[in-house]
Write a protein that binds this ligand. Structure first.
Ligand SMILES: O=C(O)C(=O)C[C@]1(C(=O)O)C=C[C@@H](O)C=C1
Length: 307
């Protein structure tokens, strides 16, 4: 067997030139095969024994959680078959890209991924206040629409796309009208590296694992929820029972059809590994013990990944 055929495949949100693509490449370079998918959901569900790795955006420093990813992590596959094995952070510098020759005053529609539109709100309000926003599956797929014949009645000569400058080096006939258009100079997106099961080998160079982390999904069982008089439930007992250093909590409606029954995604962190190389094992154990305590406190709990 040749060395190349041993490389695992990684699914990412395509087409080529997305920030997901860049984050994946920064992390894994030539050590994986890359397979582009059209949506974040397709990336998630394509993580299987055949495509054992995937990369999904999780949060942005300006616009917050990537809701589609949070919703996918509610799936029963998350934590059982598909697990988080690392995270990668990318600096995101958005550009307003047009078909060559198109001027700012020609733009009637601004196309991009919902996250990118949200990260560039101030620029759009100032320079394109009358433009209609058109959400697309990804930033690079917005640019792809500009170089295609008419798409859904959109005239590419009256559109601008928000995407990375890299896209203009991949797709012909595009130019950058404005660069660095996000609301804040420092704009970062974090991505999760997913794998099929816990034992898939993550090829080197592995994502930064210097500080152990975990993502845990918590909720109260539906029968403990106030069915007919929806009322917020106190999460404190479950968080106290978990007993870990919590760095982030996201809340999404649960998949049970009960009004205001929510699931909470709790990201926790352990001590720096450098201090004690053995900590890796005890971190997994620490999380496992926390999970047992949450169950005893009456919570539903699932570890989506420890890394
Ligand atoms: O559309 C892309 O380029 C993506 O990789 C997705 C995504 C996201 O969903 O957050 C990634 C980074 C940026 O925050 C904008 C969009």
């Amino acid at each position: 067997m040749s060395l190349a055929s041993k490389k695992p495949t990684l699914a990412f949100l395509g087409p080529r030139g997305t920030y997901s693509h860049q984050a994946a490449f920064d992390c894994f370079g030539g050590s994986v095969f890359y397979e582009e998918k059209q949506t974040i959901a397709e990336v998630f569900y394509s993580v299987t024994p055949e495509i054992p790795l995937g990369l999904v955006p999780h949060e942005n420093s300006i616009y917050g959680a990537v809701v589609e990813t949070c919703n996918l992590l509610r799936s029963s596959l998350a934590g059982r078959d598909i697990v988080i094995r690392g995270d990668v952070t990318l600096k995101v510098n958005h550009c307003l890209v047009v078909r060559s020759g198109v001027k700012l005053e020609n733009i009637e529609h601004v196309l991009s991924h919902e996250q990118a539109l949200g990260q560039c709100k101030a620029f759009i309000a100032k320079y394109l206040p009358h433009a209609t926003l058109v959400p697309t599956d990804s930033t690079a797929s917005a640019a792809q629409i500009l170089v295609s014949p008419k798409h859904d009645g959109l005239d590419p000569l009256k559109c601008g796309a928000i995407c990375s400058q890299v896209v203009t080096t991949i797709m012909d006939g595009l130019e950058v009208l404005s660069e660095g258009i996000q609301d804040e100079d420092t704009n970062f997106t974090r991505f999760y590296v997913l794998s099929w099961g816990k034992s898939t080998t993550i090829p080197p160079p592995v994502p930064d694992l210097s500080q152990p982390r975990a993502l845990v999904r918590l909720s109260y069982p539906p029968e403990k929820h106030f069915k007919f008089a929806p009322k917020s439930q106190d999460l404190t007992p479950l968080l106290v029972a978990l007993g870990l250093c919590i760095t982030r909590i996201d809340r999404r409606p649960s998949t049970y059809s009960i009004p205001f029954h929510d699931v909470f995604f709790v990201e926790a962190t352990g001590d720096e590994l450098a201090e004690d190389a053995e900590e890796d094992i005890s971190w997994t154990e620490k999380v496992r013990q926390g999970v047992e305590r949450v169950k005893q406190a009456g919570g539903e709990v699932c570890v989506i990944g420890t890394w």
